[in-house]
Design a binder for this molecule. Structure first.
Ligand code: FE2
Length: 337
């Protein structure tokens, strides 16, 4: 039977790498030097290595990066892992004792299939590879350092002096799991704006589509640059764009509604996200591709002891093009803005 109502778009994808392909890629990556020492050379080499993926899987990842109607989140499983691991860093800085770069090169190899890895000076000192680990001082914060709290649904945004934090932000992020939390309780959530808007009452969506919201700058910016005070964006809509392919923007560090109706809409948005979210437990050998415009992500609370055996993810930020953020160029590194 032919229906005149279009089926909802698929918003989650899963790709399982074959053992033979994994082992072949792994053999090449175990010898790889630190990829950020000569990043563009490394990316060229990784493009060759990841060409071993079967065409169907490669196209799924490439389409994830380039089309508006593809899923907002994709789980890639059975990826190569490092033969041995040092302790999880406790300070959010890169490990100084990691001997191989399998996790880093898996992360970059997948990332460049979506676009260009990019660093922002206000996030992790502009590094291209972010180590996301629980940090004692940030345990209850709404930042990537947290562990003891539910990290609310948000996307990763970047403070920008133009007054908008949803413009120069990454188009994608990729999370690669280096070490799972010891109790295997950390869950990553992803709520696609297409699913969110179907879940919400139309009047709430209309409010969220109005410029009644000010995004707070990321916690790292507030902490490291702004002396702890709020740095709010210009008033923006939280949801924008066509009904069948909306964009959504929520900052982890708080969004201020300009009136009571807007504030209530934000509460309903978080509830809708919980209702529709895809949920995954990341473990070594799995990576999550996240579209940072199609949906919002969140993380459950989990137990952390800050003893070297905690959860350890590595993360990249990705832009489809570096051209449109050239106004943020630093002059000393063409991938850092
Ligand atoms: Fe995030």
């Amino acid at each position: 039977m032919i229906s005149d109502v279009a089926a909802p778009a698929q918003t989650f994808a899963e790709i399982v790498v074959d053992d033979i392909v994994r082992d072949s890629i792994s053999a090449a990556l175990r010898e790889f030097p630190d990829p950020v020492d000569d990043i563009d050379r490394s990316l060229a080499c990784l493009r060759m290595i990841f060409a071993q993926l079967p065409v169907d899987q490669a196209q799924t990842i490439l389409d994830f990066g380039r089309h508006v109607d593809t899923p907002g989140v994709a789980l890639v499983r059975n990826l190569p892992v490092d033969p041995s691991l040092p302790d999880t860093p406790v300070d959010g800085e890169p490990s100084r004792t990691k001997k191989t770069f399998v996790a880093e090169t898996v992360l970059l190899g997948l990332s460049q299939m979506l676009g260009e890895p990019v660093g922002f000076t206000t996030e992790k000192s502009g590094r291209l590879i972010h180590d996301v680990v629980p940090v004692s001082a940030g345990a209850t914060s709404q930042t990537n350092q947290s562990s003891h709290v539910f990290l609310n649904f948000h996307n990763d945004i970047v403070h920008d002096s133009v007054g908008r934090y949803d413009v120069s932000n990454p188009d994608f992020l990729v999370l690669n799991c280096v070490r799972q939390d010891r109790n295997k309780e950390a869950v990553t959530h992803y709520a696609d704006a297409r699913d969110i808007t179907r879940e919400l009452d139309p009047s709430v969506v209309e409010t969220l589509r109005s410029p009644l919201f000010r995004l707070n700058a990321p916690g790292s910016y507030i902490r490291d640059v702004a002396g702890g005070g709020e740095v709010l964006s210009d008033p923006v809509a939280v949801i924008s764009g066509p009904v069948d392919c909306p964009e959504i923007a929520i900052s982890a560090n708080g969004v201020r509604g300009l009136d009571d109706v807007a504030t209530e809409a934000l509460a309903q948005l978080q509830a809708a996200c919980r209702a529709v979210a895809h949920q995954v437990k990341l473990e070594p050998g799995t990576a999550l591709l996240i579209n940072n415009r199609k949906g919002l992500h969140a993380r459950s609370q989990f137990f952390a002891q800050h003893d070297g055996q905690d959860r350890w993810l590595q993360r990249t930020y990705i832009r489809r093009s570096l051209w449109t953020i050239r106004y943020r160029g630093t002059g000393f590194d063409r991938r850092v803005h």
